[in-house]
Design a protein around this ligand. Sequence first.
Ligand code: 13P
Length: 254
Amino acid sequence: MTRPLLIANWKNHPSSLDEAKSLLKHWSRNAKLYKKLSFFIAPPLPYLETVALRARSFAQPASQDISALSQGTHTSQVTPDILKSFGVRLAIIGHSERRALGETDEIVSQKIKIALRAGITPLLCVGELSRDQDGEHFEFLREQLKSSLAGLSRKADSARLAIAYEPVWAIGKSAKDALGPDELSQTIIFIKKILTDMFGRALAERIPILYGGSVEVSNVENLFKGTGIRGFLVGHASLNAKSLGIIAQLLLKK
Ligand code: 13P
């Protein structure tokens, strides 16, 4: 049985390095707990070194993005080599908050290939903007997955891929507004079916699927048990030292 995945996506928080250090200090007291999980922290880039050093014993650093430009001189871009020098082995790619700034499936697909070539696991984020009675969100998801994963070779690429299902309408709210477990199970089956069509059953089954979108202490258990997901990508609740500890405990509960 593989360890549950827990990824703290700090986005553009906390607002100072001191606050980031204090969060890490709190978590390091619970290092034994976090070590039982595959725990990643994706901080704002200026905090990356601090996270890499201070969380070394219980978490791995991750990046919230990766540059689509692998060669040449590009002011502001952070290349896979730089990320790797800080120990980054997983990059969130195609987060909806980046897509909202104009990142297309084409750019996402390019970034996935760059990450894979560099030996960094791409965590591809997909998710519909809204849900309707007619189930059109399924079609949206199918298109997003197919175009973001276009051109990947079956074996080599799919073996190091991870997916985060993050319905955009459920992000940044509270547990009561998040997706329910039944809808989550249904959607995970759908995503697995698409991955199976693309990569074959054996490979598709090895691709971990995570959920993100208002994961909090009160809904984490219901969303985890029996829904087919392998873990969570947590936003706001990962900025609360205590909440994340409880979430970690609940993921490990038998
Ligand atoms: P929240 O947990 O704040 O809804 O954020 C989810 C998310 O976007 C994680 O990547």
